[in-house]
Design a binder for this molecule. Structure first.
Ligand SMILES: [Zn+2]
Length: 54
């Protein structure tokens, strides 16, 4: 499995708690915290893919 550590796509800090993710037109973005996820979401609202209802 690929468990390579990632850095936050907003602040570039290492991600210690996984799960803050957004699916976007350029791939899945990962963040270190809810705050970074929220800021990125505001800045790139039109790049975020909506979850398909299952
Ligand atoms: Zn961050």
């Amino acid at each position: 499995m690929n468990t390579e550590p990632r850095n936050c796509d907003l602040c570039q800090l290492p991600i210690e708690v996984p799960g803050y993710e957004l699916k976007t037109v350029s791939g899945v973005k990962q963040f270190c915290c809810e705050g970074c996820q929220g800021i990125w979401q505001m800045l790139h609202e039109d790049e975020i893919l909506k979850e398909e209802p299952s």
